[in-house]
Design a protein around this ligand. Structure first.
Ligand SMILES: *Cc1c(COP(=O)(O)O)cnc(C)c1O
Length: 355
């Protein structure tokens, strides 16, 4: 499995790990994060991205996200760097790369490690053709069944091009043991189950096909939302009479680059989100909110006192809704989703002046 992943991701070393969360924890242990060190994370992500930092008694420093991609906004990183900052964890949220050029150049300037949280982004190409997990110092992936490449339970992966980090992670994965029963470092049991690794080896060759079906589904959504006059185009960040629904946008789309977006989630934004959620749930349409509470608002992070100056994340938490996007979705099912939403929108007049 690890060799297949090296070839697929385009990195020198891959190690199977027990979960995506453990992959992130192991990555931070490998770069020797110490109590009190600061690690920059987007405030809008799955909990694990920040949780692992605190588990090492380090401090997650929250940064707001970009209004189009919902990935960490590089312009907002530099003001948060201090003498204690050790690393940045960009998350490739929903299946699209973060702005890695800007992030890598900030990291270089300030001598920081970059740990890519690619849990939602296996196989994603950045605009230069490199894949998520092959750009930063370490890449972390999850094979939880809700991800694009899922195993039958929990599983994860770390990737790197750095032989020293690869070696450290190899030992830390098995309690820092080398040789047997001699422990150089304190690690954990972060091994992937052999059964899960076998499942992944069988499924990996199909991944690009599944991701391409997800992109096709996203294209269908765009056509249909347009047809109903609910969205003019993708990439809008403010609601207006022609864009009462805001659709996801592939920012790093380039010709010749295939997996610019793999749509782990298809996230729309709508002002009356909670009412719409209720409406489509009653119609039997699967949906979810990613993520209702940004890190700076989480009860367990209140003690960090990082304020509330995260306007983009606060809006996204308020108006985002994930629609079904899985590869096997049929055209009829997508039509049903969009026509149901159109029916809801007709009933609820917009809050901006009509033309
Ligand atoms: C799923 C996910 C994780 C954690 O992966 P697990 O395998 O569930 O532990 C971490 N970060 C992000 C962004 C995720 O989506």
């Amino acid at each position: 499995m690890e060799q297949l992943m090296n070839a697929y991701i385009g990195c020198s070393y891959s190690l199977g790990i027990s979960s995506g969360t453990d992959a992130l924890l192991l990555a931070l242990m490998a770069i020797d994060i110490q109590p009190g060190d600061e690690v920059i994370v987007p405030t809008y992500s799955f909990f694990a991205t920040a949780g692992v930092v605190v588990r090492l008694n380090a401090v997650p420093i929250f940064v707001d996200v970009d209004p189009v991609t919902f990935n960490i906004d590089p312009k907002k990183i530099t003001p948060k760097i201090t003498s204690r900052t050790k690393a940045i964890i960009p998350v490739h949220l929903y299946g699209q790369s973060a702005d890695m050029d800007s992030i890598m150049s900030i990291a270089k300037e300030h001598k920081l490690f970059v740990i890519e949280d690619g849990a939602q982004a296996i196989g994603v190409h950045y605009k230069d053709g490199r894949k998520a997990g092959a750009i930063g110092d370490i890449g972390c992936f999850s094979f939880f069944p809700s991800k694009n490449l899922g195993c039958f339970g929990d599983g994860g992966l770390v990737t790197t091009n750095n032989p020293e980090l690869a070696e450290r992670m190899k030992y830390l994965r098995v309690h820092g043991m080398n040789p047997k029963y001699y422990h150089k470092y304190i690690g954990g049991n972060f091994r992937i189950d052999a059964l899960q690794a076998a499942v992944l080896s069988v499924k990996l060759p199909h991944l690009d096909q599944w991701s391409s079906q997800r992109r096709t589904n996203a294209g269908l959504y765009l056509d249909l939302f347009r047809k109903y006059g609910l969205a003019e185009n993708t990439g809008k960040t403010v609601f207006d009479s022609k864009n009462r629904i805001l659709l996801p946008h592939s920012t790093y789309q380039k010709s010749g680059v295939k997996n610019h977006h793999i749509f782990n989630q298809y996230i729309i934004r709508v002002e009356k989100r909670n009412a719409l959620k209720k409406f489509i749930t009653e119609r039997g349409i699967g949906n979810d909110i990613y993520y209702p509470v940004p890190f700076h608002e989480q009860e367990c992070f209140k003690y960090l006192n990082q304020g509330n100056d995260f306007p983009v994340s606060n809006c996204a938490a308020h108006d985002s809704l994930a629609l079904p996007i899985f590869p096997e979705l049929t055209r009829e099912q997508i039509e049903y989703v969009v026509s149901s939403i159109a029916e809801f929108m007709e009933k609820h007049e917009a809050s901006f002046p009509q033309e």
